[in-house]
Design a protein around this ligand. Structure first.
Ligand code: F6R
Length: 242
């Protein structure tokens, strides 16, 4: 595990975008695993800037997003589809057919999970997976207690997670109760992983995930077992590390 501690959230974002862009310059046909959420806004902004300056291109990049809510349209302003287009895809040269996000409106949601796993396999797996972390240690929407062997599946979101995401919906009642998420097995099968966190609220869970026991109670703790993990934190998120 490599850990980089930045002075500020902005520097964390810049550093993460730098690691991603280095990879895209070296391997333009990278398959990226992408996350949404507040932590990702900064890194995506820097990636867009690098694209605009001609430093990187996404023409041969394939992406797989970690998750999507069940039961809201892609066009809903709080959907992860919407987030990805607003913060990244709309501003870069990625080909629409290379963008993959679980369909939370699929009639047969179990079939959608299988289809997603197959699509990841058909593309040869994920080269670089980008992750944020939930206050309860979730990665993707794999909430505490999720077995480490899971592939793409439907989850019941915990109250902590729904409350944390209420800011994107207006009220907690409007936050969907379920989501489709890649499983921990999909994440661990990625060839390399970047975990990012910023802010004091993430300090305790970051310390638990990176230095505590590897346990299903803290899903992100499984990342300790990944051979190619890079952790990028700001000073506040790193403040409870021993
Ligand atoms: C979102 C995702 C989640 C978030 C996590 C942190 O696609 O997979 O695991 O990364 O909830 O969210 P923020 O960055 O909003 O604190």
């Amino acid at each position: 595990m490599r850990i980089y501690v930045a002075d500020t959230e902005d520097e964390m974002a810049y550093h993460a975008a730098g690691v991603i862009s280095d990879r895209l310059i070296k391997y333009p046909d990278t398959t990226l695993g992408l996350a949404t959420g507040g932590t990702m806004i900064g890194p995506y902004r820097y990636l867009v800037q690098m694209y605009e300056r001609g430093i990187i291109s996404f023409k041969s990049v394939v992406t797989f997003n970690l998750d999507e809510y069940v039961g809201i349209e892609a066009s809903h302003p709080a959907s992860f589809h919407h987030f990805m287009y607003e913060h990244l895809f709309e501003h870069i040269d990625i080909l629409p057919q290379n963008v993959h996000i679980p369909d939370g409106m699929a009639n047969d949601i179990q079939a959608e999970c299988k289809r997603y796993d197959c699509a990841i396999k058909e593309h040869g797996g994920i080269d670089l997976q980008i992750l944020g972390i939930g206050l309860n240690g979730h990665i993707g929407f794999n909430e505490p207690g999720t077995p480490f062997g899971t592939t793409t599946h439907v989850v019941d979101l915990t109250e902590t997670t729904r409350a944390a995401n209420a800011r994107f919906f207006g009220s907690v009642e409007d936050v969907p109760k379920q989501a489709v998420t890649m499983g921990i097995k999909n994440i661990m099968q990625s060839r390399s992983i970047i975990l990012m966190a910023s802010g004091e609220a993430k300090a305790d869970i970051i310390a638990k995930a990176l230095t505590g026991p590897v346990t299903q109670r803290v899903p992100a703790s499984v990342l300790q077992l990944h051979p190619q993990l890079t952790v990028i934190l700001d000073r506040q998120a790193a403040s409870s590390m021993p």
